[in-house]
Design a protein around this ligand. Structure first.
Ligand code: C2O
Ligand code: CU
Ligand code: CU
Length: 418
């Protein structure tokens, strides 16, 4: 804490080594450690400040994915941190509770920097979110899911020959290979982040149990939705609440999905419930007190065409070109049409609701507040977008495909909030 009550954090990006596979050492990057970073947790209304120290030996950035904040603090490609330098952003947390995250965003190198291990979770609490299990590491568990390709001597392979980029055949959850979790309460909230470069996961449990989806990327749902499966493409998050009986065992699994990009069959996390469980309180009917995002009838509509050659509206990312100018605090309809293979779409400093996919209702698991959305091959996805209420004529914000190879390849555009 600083004297005025600001919560201060120091995040140091560094190189290190990690033993993921028994007896093998992997060169990794991490934040305040050798792989991934700490979880930052604050409340709505808090003022926060960071010292982001770059000890990587090369330039990087640190972007706050899902955060509403002044564009200058966004940590995108324009906020470069040179080797040995410190970047000190600060802002006031002013958005509903959510599971957000942070990762580098150096143009052309995002895939490599994230893949080597630079990422962490950033949790925002408010009165609504505290009604759900919130005891970190006990009944409120972060799960950062990533696929990795290892060389025979245990290094990360950076072989990204596929159109989607690197596709691994091993899974790390929170940086652990072959993870195991013992739960000790009757209800557990899992915060899932797809922190992979390209893979999409369709999550479910091997005993086919159902669970309650309680939040999408950018906030809680109005009320829980009972599901057995849901998909997250890269960059997306979801929160689920799962009930357990004493002594039960199950496995969080990723199912192969006919339509999903680069999906795969993986066991993700083995879960065992203790023989005695502490009783959690039941989830109440209404979760979020925030109204769903609505746009006025005469809202501006912008169209974005995603193409096979990783362009948006036939353009490749240009750091010195402004593609769109958007009123700060405005609400618009963004229509994303995918003429390419499979992509997703993320907007900085914004939250949205998926209005429809090919004119039909979105999937049950993607009807809440979001900042990243899967765009199936050939589909048109319409979004009701609410933008951050910050003006900045100098620093643009980004919209892009979150398959990191595509992003690095230029599948990204810039907008100013004015
Ligand atoms: Cu998670 Cu522009 O990124
Ligand atoms: Cu982002
Ligand atoms: Cu893409």
């Amino acid at each position: 804490l600083e004297p005025d009550g600001t919560k201060h954090f120091t995040l140091t990006m560094m190189q290190g080594t990690t033993e993921f596979l028994e007896g093998k050492t992997t060169d990794t990057w991490g934040i305040n450690g050798s792989y991934l970073g700490p979880t930052v947790r604050v409340s709505r209304g808090d003022k926060v400040s960071f010292d982001v120290i770059n000890q990587l030996g090369e330039t990087s950035t640190l972007h706050w994915h899902g955060m509403m904040l002044p564009p200058e603090m966004d940590g995108g490609p324009h906020q470069m941190i040179e080797a040995g330098k410190t970047w000190s952003p600060h802002w006031k947390i002013d958005q509903p509770s959510a599971t957000t995250w942070f990762h580098p965003h150096l143009h052309g190198n995002t895939a490599q920097h994230v893949y080597r291990g630079l990422a962490g979770m950033f949790i925002i609490d408010d009165e609504d979110s505290k009604k759900l299990p919130s005891n970190y590491g006990v009944d409120d568990i972060p799960l950062i899911v990533q696929d990795k390709l290892f060389t025979s001597d245990g290094q990360f392979s950076e072989d990204d020959d596929t159109t989607f980029g690197i596709l691994g055949d091993e899974i790390l959850v929170n940086g652990t290979h072959d993870p195991f979790l013992e739960v000790t309460s009757s209800q557990v909230r899992f915060r899932l982040l797809n922190g992979s470069n390209a893979r999409a996961y369709t999550f479910g449990f091997t005993d086919e149990r159902s669970f309650q989806l309680v939040a999408n990327d950018a906030g809680l749902l109005q009320e829980p939705v009972t599901l057995e499966r849901f998909m997250l493409s890269p960059g997306e998050r979801a929160e689920i609440v799962v009930s357990f009986e004493p002594g039960e065992e199950t496995i969080l699994h990723s199912y192969k999905n006919g339509t999903g990009i680069a999906s795969g069959e993986f066991d993700l996390l083995k879960i065992v419930a203790a023989s005695e469980l502490s009783e959690s309180k039941q989830i109440e009917g209404q979760l979020s007190s925030v109204e769903p995002i609505e746009v006025p009838a005469d809202a501006k509509v912008r169209q974005f065409r995603l193409s096979m050659d990783n362009k948006i509206n036939d353009k490749s990312m240009d750091m010195s070109r402004i593609d769109e100018v958007v009123p700060a605090g405005g609400k618009e309809i963004w229509e994303i049409r995918n003429f390419g293979s499979e992509h997703n779409f993320h907007i900085h400093d914004a939250a949205f609701r998926v209005l429809d996919v090919n004119g039909k209702e979105p999937q049950e698991y993607e009807r809440g507040r979001k900042d990243t959305v899967f765009v199936p091959h050939g589909a048109t996805v319409r979004l009701a977008v609410e933008f951050g209420n910050y003006t900045d004529l100098k620093y643009p914000l980004m919209y892009h495909c979150h398959l990191l190879k595509h992003e690095d390849d230029g599948m990204m555009g810039q907008f100013l909030l004015v």
